[in-house]
Design a protein around this ligand. Structure first.
Ligand SMILES: [Zn+2]
Ligand SMILES: [Zn+2]
Ligand SMILES: [Zn+2]
Length: 356
């Protein structure tokens, strides 16, 4: 297990932590049950980061009308957990209703079935996709422009990709698509880190977006569409300004020795103009997003970290266990997943160094 040190900004923190009311707001952080054999840690982690995302929590609260699927309704199950987070006096709640709805909804695909472990990033992504379907009831999610669709209004990255030849100017047809999670290979990311270290350059935290972009473009070479003989790279262009950006790390092996390098490359801020080849939206060009959540996988188990806005604290969620993060934030091998918010400035910076 690797650990990353977190530190607070000079002058920040102490006074804020003892504001009256912060105990009350911390009481709103609750654990989620995971009984032996349930294997619900992937779902519990996804629910905790969703609940801690202010934009998501508030938007969901305002929605009531939806296409309901009764017992298999993910929308109702999520609403019910959220209202218990807010109203229940228990410190730990069951997530069974959502677990059941998810299993029922995906039974044909044999995904997220009861008792079986699954992938937290894909669970998160599928919950968002289902919310779109419950609100808009339209399977063409790439073109969704519904103002009430939290999924596409807040989380979607609207992109197109295109091959353009720098030599002769020929280009492929632009291919538009929508992403809820931007997946990046850790192997490719570490190659980019090595490339920078190889040039004896310092790894700066403001390079994080560019590193992710370079990693994402690695290997995407094609020969020029007009056959001029050049091999050309793919270009990904962002057309909107998402409120929340989610990065999913893909690990090539369950046991990876890249953990330290990946942790070293992480940064608490992300510029969208670094993450993509081009950004067309003016707000997106200017916006800097701040790390507000993270899901980690270690020893076949998921846990989550999330920034709790009201108390300005980072919290650690491991099923029933909820802890305030004071000094260290453990990271892990496996799928690590980061979430960036356009409006939040957490009072914590990450990571300084890692210790095995
Ligand atoms: Zn419903
Ligand atoms: Zn939608
Ligand atoms: Zn060409």
């Amino acid at each position: 297990m690797a650990w990353v040190k977190m530190f607070k900004k000079p002058g920040g923190g102490l006074k804020k932590s003892y504001q009256p009311g912060s105990m009350l707001s911390l009481a709103l952080t609750k654990g989620l049950l995971n009984e032996p054999g349930q294997n619900s840690c992937f779902l519990n982690s996804a629910v905790q980061v969703l609940w801690q995302l202010d934009i998501f929590r508030r938007s969901l609260r305002q929605l009531s009308g939806h296409f309901c699927l009764g017992d298999a309704c993910i929308f109702c199950a999520l609403k019910s957990i959220f209202s218990q987070f807010q109203q229940s006096r228990e410190r730990v709640l069951p997530s069974d209703s959502l677990r059941n709805a998810l299993a029922e909804t995906f039974k044909d695909e044999q995904r997220f079935q009861l008792g079986l472990m699954d992938d937290a990033a894909e669970c998160f992504e599928n919950i968002l996709e289902r919310i779109h379907l419950h609100i808009v009831s339209d399977t063409a999610s790439d073109a969704c422009s519904s103002k009430s669709c939290i999924t596409h209004q807040k989380f979607a990255m609207m992109l197109y990709e295109q091959f353009v030849c720098r030599c002769c100017g020929a280009s492929s047809d632009p291919h538009p698509f929508t992403e809820l999670v931007h997946y990046v290979s850790t192997t490719a990311l570490c190659q980019q880190v090595d490339r920078i270290m190889g040039k004896n350059e310092r790894l700066r935290s403001d390079m994080f977006g560019e590193l992710l972009q370079a990693a994402n473009n690695t290997g995407d070479l094609r020969s020029c569409p007009s056959n001029c003989g050049q091999s050309i790279k793919i270009r990904r262009v962002l057309m909107n300004c998402p409120e929340i950006v989610t990065i999913g790390f893909v690990w090539d092996a369950e046991q990876s020795d890249l953990t330290d390098d990946v942790i070293r490359s992480l940064a608490p801020r992300l510029n969208l103009s670094g993450l993509f080849n081009r950004v067309t939206d003016e707000n997106a060009k200017r916006s800097e997003l701040h790390l507000v959540g993270m899901i980690c996988f270690s020893s076949k188990h998921y846990s989550a970290f999330a920034y709790h806005t009201k108390s300005s604290k980072w919290m650690f969620f491991d099923d029933a266990t909820v802890k305030e993060v004071r000094n260290y934030i453990p990271t892990s091998r496996g799928h690590c997943f980061l979430q960036f918010d356009r409006h939040k400035i957490p009072d914590v910076v990450l990571p300084q160094h890692s210790v095995k």
